[in-house]
Ligand binder design. Structure first.
Ligand code: SF4
Length: 140
């Protein structure tokens, strides 16, 4: 298992997905709803690898509102560079949802699974808030 190499691949995948999403041009009105899960009814899923990449750099603060992502402040993401794939791919713009999102999301998910398989990293895909709260081994 090579975590460092897997994380490098994951960052490269994030960059690729960001380019695909930018090319699709979804509109974001910064309502903040997508990150406020209690308000939107959305559940953000991520892998443990994605979550551990976040946790290596950011301890999750207390959320502003119950049921919101702890990294959301005043409607904005405070750790954009490391946000999981689900955050990168989802926009509430109806045109984007109806045209580009599923293709981008499915191909990104396949690539994410492949990274886990090729680097021997167990594929644990679960709600992001659960993964953030799970007990983790102390660093060696
Ligand atoms: S990680 Fe950032 S973009 Fe993703 S749900 Fe949380 S605040 Fe929103």
């Amino acid at each position: 298992m090579s975590l460092r190499a897997a994380e490098r691949r994951l960052r490269a995948l994030y960059r690729r997905v960001d380019r695909q999403v930018a090319a699709a041009g979804p509109v974001c009105t910064r309502s903040g709803r997508c990150c406020d899960f209690a308000r939107s009814g959305l559940t953000l899923f991520a892998t443990a690898l994605e979550t551990d990449l976040v946790l290596a750099a950011h301890a999750p603060p207390a959320p502003e509102r119950a049921g919101a992502c702890p990294f959301q402040r005043h409607g904005l993401c405070t750790m954009r560079a490391l946000r999981p794939l689900g955050c990168r791919v989802y926009f509430c713009d109806p045109r984007y949802l109806a045209t580009a999102m599923s293709g981008i999301a499915e191909s990104a998910q396949r690539a994410l699974r492949q990274i886990h398989e090729e680097h021997g990293v167990p594929y644990r895909y679960a709600p992001f808030l659960e993964l953030l709260a799970r007990p983790r081994p102390a660093p060696a």
